[in-house]
Write a protein of this length. Structure first.
Ligand SMILES: *[C@@H]1O[C@H](CO)[C@@H](O)[C@H](O)[C@H]1NC(C)=O
Ligand SMILES: *[C@@H]1O[C@H](CO)[C@@H](O)[C@H](O)[C@H]1NC(C)=O
Ligand SMILES: *[C@@H]1O[C@H](CO)[C@@H](O)[C@H](O)[C@H]1NC(C)=O
Ligand SMILES: *[C@@H]1O[C@H](CO)[C@@H](O)[C@H](O)[C@H]1NC(C)=O
Ligand SMILES: *[C@@H]1O[C@H](CO)[C@@H](O)[C@H](O)[C@H]1NC(C)=O
Ligand SMILES: *[C@@H]1O[C@H](CO)[C@@H](O)[C@H](O)[C@H]1NC(C)=O
Ligand SMILES: *[C@@H]1O[C@H](CO)[C@@H](O)[C@H](O)[C@H]1NC(C)=O
Ligand SMILES: *[C@@H]1O[C@H](CO)[C@@H](O)[C@H](O)[C@H]1NC(C)=O
Ligand SMILES: *[C@@H]1O[C@H](CO)[C@@H](O)[C@H](O)[C@H]1NC(C)=O
Ligand SMILES: *[C@@H]1O[C@H](CO)[C@@H](O)[C@H](O)[C@H]1NC(C)=O
Ligand SMILES: *[C@@H]1O[C@H](CO)[C@@H](O)[C@H](O)[C@H]1NC(C)=O
Ligand SMILES: *[C@@H]1O[C@H](CO)[C@@H](O)[C@H](O)[C@H]1NC(C)=O
Length: 720
């Protein structure tokens, strides 16, 4: 076709030659469609063998019939000469084996069998075929081993694109195979279970541009030979079990745009002299390793850098001020390191594209630099667990933040902060826990602008005052965390205005009065259809829980939770509590609740944790509670309940400590057994109130494992 380009630069001739090409293409189409040439008997044979290997052919057999021209079969493409060049059967619902006979088609160039449900392995014949240039068998449930090519195969193979990603291939990743793959451009073997090492021979293909081996079980170090891949643009080997350092040789691969080794177990320091050689770098992802030392100042010379992930390492020292030279940065993730110094060292005002800045859990000090407020595109800012202090600057209101976390810093002046936050119309996640210590909860009714707020955490701050009315306007609020403050007064009846709320933690405050019946009307908690209509609440940055070991990417992954524990709530537990069908955890412990345990609790069929301990509850335990089959932690200790513990259901699986401190209670697991006539003198069990709760925690731990026990003991702290 190039021969038809007769012209040089004259525009009319250009037009002419393009028209000629188009004409040729049309002719080619007509030709191939009405081709007199049909495929050979031999080719037909191979295709029918392939069909034969399938246990589920997705309806292929209706078009793949022996008597017809196989160039017209579904998914088969021939060239002008009636020779098969492509088999394209992606997403056909095919099951069974991939027959090696397919490789008998000696002119086949492209094979696409992705998104099917095969079993068995990938026939090697397809990999070392002397014609195939594109082989895509990704997402096809292949399992088994990918063997090395036979040693008889010695000449260079034409394969350019090999996509075997997202299968279940296991065992050693081939290494000598790549010696003959001299034309390879793309190799994607990610998301399998390959073991072994990264093969050093991959770069024998001078054109290798994309290498993705992430999400496997590869071990060993990153071979220096990868530095010989002079055309390598994308190198992704994250989420394996590598060790060692990034050798200087690797940085000879100067075409690299995307270098990514997250969660791999690598270590060492980032050498400034090396990193600067990768001047084309757009993404650098080394998060979740054991890298230490400083972030080199030369990073400022990586002008194209857009994404910098160094989170969850052991980096220290100060942030290099040259970072402000990386003016294309969109994401900076340095969380969970030991980087120190005044944040103001970096002039953020040049980072016009910055969207995410995550500095969580480092050693930063000083005030939030004003230059951050010039980053007009910033939507997620996380400074939690540092030593950043001062007041919230009014300028932060200029940002269109969706996620702000300042948790565990000594910020002051909550009143001023909320007057600034008022302008956050797009904020969905606001995490302020352990700040503004001992200040008063802002009550200003003009705070009503957080129309999109879905998560607010103001826990652990010893705040005083009542539940503010502005909360009632947060119609999209899903999670409200106010535990460990000194809030007082009654729970207001407007609580049911929060019709998206499924996680309410008011524990360890000084709330008084009755539990309002309106609480039992919160629509998201009463609806059967919660999971279908509730939007998942995607988070710009994941929210961490407990000891930073768990993270949530969507809010709906949180448990459906109602915790009023350790307050001064009084009155009866409203029987309407049975309407909150969605709840999985209920904790009303350590209050002054009296009356019966409402039998309607048996309607909370998803309940996993129920704690009513340390109240003044009386009457018998409703027998229907035994039907709560998901219940794995249960505590009604230290009340004044009486009669037998219901037998035969879930309740008889709990230890004595769940029932302790109810002298009038009897049951097989208690010291006080139920007598047949029931006129025994009341046997008073001597228990210490506080050790009881610890026993409950231990019992809970036995059910959920030590990890959860730990979380429980740290009062369900969630950090963002
Ligand atoms: C297809 O037809 C040819 C002759 O028409 C015959 O030799 C061959 O066995 C047939 N193949 C199958 C799989 O039926
Ligand atoms: C194979 O087909 C799937 C589905 O149509 C497509 O997404 C994929 O890009 C194709 N593979 C190649 C290498 O073109
Ligand atoms: C497999 O990888 C190739 C090369 O990157 C790509 O073109 C193709 O779309 C991928 N296949 C699927 C199903 O994503
Ligand atoms: C490799 O394939 C996976 C899907 O299996 C895809 O998510 C990933 O983006 C691909 N890698 C590259 C570099 O294209
Ligand atoms: C990994 O592969 C599985 C199928 O084996 C697939 O369901 C999943 O989406 C893949 N993950 C990625 C990130 O591509
Ligand atoms: C990398 O290339 C250099 C020369 O280009 C060669 O000497 C060296 O052996 C190669 N390294 C590996 C491990 O292939
Ligand atoms: C973290 O880095 C410091 C100094 O940079 C070093 O002393 C310490 O051993 C490192 N810790 C780990 C766990 O690698
Ligand atoms: C990089 O940043 C430093 C300090 O911030 C500055 O002095 C220098 O001029 C910048 N260099 C370039 C090339 O922009
Ligand atoms: C963090 O760095 C400081 C010095 O800036 C050092 O005193 C401290 O021990 C380091 N902490 C950890 C956990 O490495
Ligand atoms: C809210 O976000 C949208 C885009 O998501 C943006 O256009 C708008 O300016 C933002 N508004 C405010 C007040 O932040
Ligand atoms: C509950 O009220 C009593 C007396 O009114 C008080 O001593 C106690 O500290 C209060 N408890 C809480 C958790 O506020
Ligand atoms: C449980 O709910 C059903 C239907 O909402 C209701 O009829 C029944 O009375 C409730 N059970 C109890 C014990 O309240």
């Amino acid at each position: 076709m190039h021969s038809t380009r007769t012209s040089r630069d004259e525009v009319p001739m250009h037009f002419f030659s393009i028209a000629l090409i188009v004409l040729q293409l049309i002719l080619l189409q007509i030709f191939s469609a009405s081709s007199a040439h049909s495929c050979t008997v031999q080719e037909k044979h191979y295709l029918l063998q392939f069909l034969d290997g399938l246990s589920q052919d997705g309806g292929l057999a209706t078009s793949w019939r022996n008597g017809t021209d196989c160039c017209k079969w579904e998914g088969v493409t021939c060239n002008r000469g009636g020779v098969i060049i492509e088999v394209s059967l992606a997403s056909r619902g095919l099951e069974g084996c991939i027959s090696p006979y397919l490789a008998g088609l000696t002119s086949l160039l492209r094979v696409n069998l992705s998104h099917n449900s095969f079993s068995g392995g990938l026939p090697l014949e397809l990999v070392y075929s002397s014609s195939i240039i594109v082989l895509d068998v990704s997402f096809s449930r292949l399992n088994g081993v990918l063997h090395e090519l036979p040693s008889s195969v010695t000449s260079a193979r034409p394969l350019q694109v090999l996509n075997i990603s997202s299968n279940q291939l296991t065992a050693e990743f081939p290494s000598s195979t790549w010696n003959v793959m001299r034309n390879l451009v793309v190799l994607n073997a990610s998301n399998n279970s390959f073991t072994g090492c990264i093969p050093p021979s991959l770069c024998l293909s001078p054109s290798l541009a994309i290498l993705d081996l992430c999400y496997n079980q590869l071990s060993g170090s990153v071979p220096a030979a990868l530095g010989n891949c002079s055309n390598l643009k994308v190198l992704k080997v994250g989420n394996n079990k590598l060790s060692g350092t990034l050798l200087a040789e690797l940085f000879h691969a100067t075409s690299l745009e995307h270098l990514s080794f997250p969660n791999d177990g690598l270590q060492g320091e980032l050498d400034g002299e090396n990193i600067v050689k990768l001047s084309n770098l757009v993404t650098l992802d080394l998060g979740g390793n054991k890298f230490s030392g400083k972030i080199p100042g030369t990073i400022g010379q990586l002008k194209r850098l857009e994404e910098l992930y160094l989170g969850s390492n052991n980096m220290s020292g100060e942030l290099p001020s040259t970072l402000s030279n990386c003016t294309n940065l969109i994401i900076i993730d340095l969380m969970i390191n030991n980087i120190s110094g005044d944040l103001g060292r970096v002039n953020f005002s040049t980072l016009h594209s910055l969207k995410h800045l995550d500095l969580m859990r480092n050693n930063f000090s000083g005030m939030v630099p004003e230059s951050i407020y010039s980053c007009r595109n910033l939507i997620a800012l996380r400074l939690s667990l540092n030593h950043v202090h001062g007041e919230i600057s009014p300028r932060i209101g200029n940002l269109h933040l969706s996620y702000l976390s300042l948790a565990r810093n000594p910020f002051t002046n909550i009143m001023k902060a909320f007057h600034v936050f008022k302008s956050f119309r797009n904020i969905t996640t606001l995490i302020l826990a352990q700040n503004f210590m001992n200040e008063a909860m802002p009550q200003d009714e003009t705070i009503y602008s957080f129309q999109n707020l879905q998560y607010i955490n103001m826990a652990d701050s010893s705040l005083t005052g009542n539940l503010p009315v502005w909360l009632s306007k947060l119609r999209n609020l899903k999670i409200l965390r106010l535990s460990n403050n000194r809030l007082s007064g009654p729970m207001p009846a407007w609580i049911n205005c929060l019709n998206s709320l499924f996680y309410l933690d008011l524990s360890n405050n000084s709330f008084t009065g009755k539990i309002p019946i309106t609480l039992m009307e919160i629509s998201v908690l009463t609806s059967d259809k919660t999971s279908t209509y509730l939007d998942p609440g995607h988070l710009e940055l994941p929210v961490f829980r407990g000891n930073l070991s768990r993270q949530y990417h969507v809010l709906t992954a949180f448990p459906k939770f109602l915790n009023l524990s350790t307050n001064n709530f009084t009155g009866v537990i409203p029987p309407e509590v049975g309407q909150l069908k969605v709840l999985s955890q209920v904790d009303f412990s350590c209050n002054r609740l009296y009356g019966d345990i409402p039998p309607s609790i048996c309607n909370l069929t998803k309940l996993e944790v129920l704690d009513l301990s340390d109240n003044y509850l009386t009457g018998e335990i409703p027998a229907t509670l035994g039907n709560l089959y998901f219940l794995s932690a249960f505590n009604i200790s230290n009340n004044d309940l009486e009669g037998p513990v219901p037998t035969g259901g879930q309740l008889s699986t709990f230890p004595q400590s769940s029932f302790d401190g109810n002298p009038k209670l009897c049951g097989a697991m208690l010291i006080h057994h139920c007598s047949s006539v029931g006129t025994d003198p009341v046997c008073v069990i001597s228990t210490k109130q506080h050790s009881n709760r610890i026993i409950f925690f231990i019992a809970y731990g036995l059910f959920f494992g030590v990890g959860v026990l730990y979380d429980r003991l740290v009062f369900y702290r969630y950090f963002g």
